[in-house]
Design a protein around this ligand. Structure first.
Ligand code: CS2
Length: 465
């Protein structure tokens, strides 16, 4: 483990992260003081502290918050190590933007607190604070734990436990007796209820996961959970919790030990939690921020009336192709997206999938040919080692947003949806179940479509030529 540098005095001059030192230093606000200003106040709460959050929302906030007004207090979800890694670093981490030609390196300072997600007491205290203005979420598609009807999945024991807990919340100060909610949304509802009790300042909740209509969806499920607490809670959620819809995009693979070593060598800082990402980034948002927000548009975020066209373009083209490559690539000897897109048979399957999707996207305003060409280039960036295995995680949830809507639209238009059937067949093969059973879980109506089921079944075992 790294040697610890002695604590530095506040008067120490600013150092440049690009200087390569003979001895490697730990990364924190003393060794890397930036402009010398301390951490910004925590006005954003984040659930799901992983690599994507750091490459995306934390980067946007860092870039635009020159005045140091918007700190992020982040809680882990699936990556509990992130809090242990970032805690000793005072939230600082190195973001490496890895393009085809070279690396851009930035130390991101916007995360000011990093907590284990189980610290509901801290979450409650932050959300109850009137200065907290925004909650962002990157909890993954599966993390919303939704039932087919869009409500909370009550057959999930963790959801059932949280619902029981919400029904029996103690009176008074919830931070002092923070209930041990286990799901991300359960914890969020406990924290927001504490906010209501503390005076009820309005707040924005901003889901940044790859779900269709994520703001609308989160609003519906939060209202259902709030109703378990009581009618006043539900009414307050309805009037004062604004759920913003977003489309997010930045390809960010999991950090490896080799990445950590490279950052150590090139910066002279021993960063336990660097993030490697592509230069491209996109964030489209729609909704109100009743308590304010950072000026993310200064870093390229777009605030629009309707995210749906952008979100569909991204989910159906980028994420749909990712899932196709992840399902079909491994059997053809590929481990990364860059390898898989270089396989002519897979590239052709991706183009056919895009042709089907494109028929259901508006022709105006999305510049689809350019978008598709840019996607191929992004996928081909072999300096980003994006493992197919990572994308395969939770494929059952992902197909629902990435492939199923296109298949349904194609079938409704009287076509066979043969390009969509390819990844579905590969998934059926992996599940080792009849196509109809797998489709029943993805979309019960599509499972009734005998022609589509038969097509999928016929492709099992040989999805691409
Ligand atoms: C990927 C996404 O893992 C996956 O399912 O498709 O994480 C993808 O890399 C991002 O959405 C890109 O913005």
């Amino acid at each position: 483990s790294p040697a610890r540098a002695p604590a530095t005095s506040p008067g120490r001059p600013t150092e440049d992260s690009a200087i390569v030192n003979s001895h490697v230093r730990p990364l924190n606000r003393s060794t890397h003081p930036g402009d010398g200003r301390g951490p910004a106040p925590a006005r954003i709460v984040h659930l799901g502290l992983g690599a994507f959050h750091r490459a995306h929302q934390a980067w946007y906030t860092d870039v635009v918050d020159a005045a140091g007004e918007w700190g992020i207090a982040a809680f882990t979800g699936r990556s509990p190590a992130a809090a242990e890694e970032l805690g000793p670093q005072d939230g600082l981490f190195t973001l490496v933007e890895r393009g085809g030609g070279g690396d851009g390196v930035r130390v991101v300072r916007s995360i000011v607190e990093a907590w284990d997600g189980a610290r509901v007491d801290r979450l409650v205290a932050l959300l109850a604070h009137p200065e907290t203005a925004v909650v962002t979420l990157t909890i993954t598609e599966a993390g919303y734990r939704l039932a087919a009807d869009g409500g909370p999945d009550l057959t999930d024991p963790a959801v059932a436990a949280d619902v029981a807990l919400l029904r029996a919340l103690p009176d008074g100060d919830l931070a002092a007796h923070a209930p041990a909610a286990v799901t991300a949304l359960g914890r969020l509802v406990v924290g927001l209820e504490a906010r209501r009790r503390a005076g009820g300042a309005p707040i924005a909740v901003v889901p940044c996961d790859n779900l269709a209509s994520n703001g609308r969806l989160v609003r519906a499920v939060l209202l259902r959970l709030a109703a378990e607490v009581g009618p006043e809670t539900e009414a307050w959620f309805a009037s004062d919790v604004s759920c913003v819809s977003t489309s997010v995009d930045r390809i960010t693979p999991r950090t490896t030990d080799a990445d950590r070593e490279l950052v150590r060598q090139s910066t002279g800082f021993d960063d336990a939690a660097p993030v490697i990402t592509e230069p491209f980034t996109d964030w489209v948002l729609s909704g109100d921020f009743p308590a304010g927000r950072p000026a993310w548009e200064q870093a390229g975020a777009r605030f629009v009336a309707d995210v749906e066209p952008f979100e569909r373009r991204k989910l159906w083209l980028l994420n749909g192709a990712h899932t196709l490559l992840a399902l079909l690539g491994p059997a053809r000897g590929h481990t990364t997206v860059a390898q898989a897109i270089g396989d002519p048979a897979l590239r052709a399957a991706v183009e056919r999938l895009w042709d089907e999707a494109q028929r259901h996207l508006p022709a105006e305003g999305l510049d689809l040919p350019a978008y598709r060409a840019a996607l191929v280039e992004r996928f081909e960036n072999s300096r980003i080692e994006h493992l197919l295995e990572q994308i395969l995680l939770d494929t059952d949830k992902k197909l629902v947003y990435r492939i199923v809507p296109v298949a349904v639209a194609e079938r409704a238009a009287g076509r066979d949806a043969s390009a969509c059937a390819v990844p579905v067949a590969a998934w059926v093969e992996r599940q080792g179940e009849p196509a109809v059973d797998v489709l029943e879980r993805l979309d019960p109506a599509l499972a009734q479509d005998e022609q589509f089921v038969a097509l999928v079944e016929s492709l099992v075992g040989a999805p691409v030529a």
